[in-house]
Design a protein around this ligand. Sequence first.
Ligand SMILES: [Mg+2]
Length: 405
Amino acid sequence: MKIVDIRPTTVTVPLEAPLRHSNGVHWGRFVRTIIEVETDEGIVGLGEMGGGGESAELAFLGLKEYLIGHNPFELEALRFKICNPTASLYNNRTQMLAAIEFACLDIIGKKLSIPVYDLLGGKLRDSVSFASYLFFRYPNEKSGLGKVETNEELIQHALDLKEKYGFTSHKLKGGVFDPLYELECYKELAKALPDDSYRFDPNAALSVEQSIKFAKEIELLNNDYFEDPTWGLNGLRRVRENTNLSIATNTVVVNFEQLSQNILNQAVDVILLDTTFWGGIRQCIKAAAVCETFQLGVAVHSSGELGIQLATMLHLGAVLPNISFSIDAHYHHLTDDIIKGGKMEYKDGKMKIPNKPGLGIEIDQDKLGEYSELYQTLGGYPYDRDYKRPDWFPLLPNDRWAALT
Ligand SMILES: [Mg+2]
């Protein structure tokens, strides 16, 4: 079998409300590049990549000459063809490799009439648990609804999500307001749902000293872990030496070089694997095997997914023996998806692993067209800017916190 074409389509899908984070805002929508990889046997594989609010269509089209004629079964060859580590010093294609790997796995599964998880060792569970992903949010520009800023709004948001989707663990994305305010919010949240577990992630915006103080204040709560409180392996190591909380990262252990550093001189306890950041589902499985060997915790990071990427997270979650925590997804903030049958559904905080051949999802071409047109109308946006604070940019550690309204 040979790849004969690759078709990238940029889409933008609205969020319920703009999501605030330490570097800026998801401006009320996600921008994703959907790829369709076509083969000479007529089988089409699906892939997806995000890009900080920008399109990656041209970058994928630029890879056509590398991919035409490639046998999609040859996944390791694919890695070296487009992502050789020394060539990557000049062309960082890890995330593109991931999207193409998703599509090739989808093709192989469809060709053999088996789900992707069966290509990856077989599923160990039928569903995967998710954490709610709580953000401070600006109100929806049109409806004025969806704002999350006060303690009461945050708790109500968590209660609503729990009722609707059944989450029993909750992740609060911080790094927006003064850490003392966010500490208060986190504690109140934990008090409001005392049987659930929690994780706080300020996207590395705190100093080492602020992180240690924050950690001491929350040590008695039911924490899953403290995620990226500060920047860098050395910063995280200093925090870890001064707290009994597990420290997690999705920012500074995102490749094998960094994973080895964390084993030689440990800075974090839990690695959040990301099917895009690591260059594909298979790279995540390899990393999880290293974590199993060294007894590091494993969870799954969300980089803001539509249904195709979500399916890759589900297949990953299905096959990892050592997934130690519920996984993250922004998915519940989305108003729609580009896959047939509409958004995938949560039940009791879990999502079923797709059982159909390949990734187990199909593109709804009408939706793809609709959200591609929406992208043509709205364009991209800078993920690391806040449209309500145009002159603002954060420092690391940050001291330019957002004002409460
Ligand atoms: Mg994170």
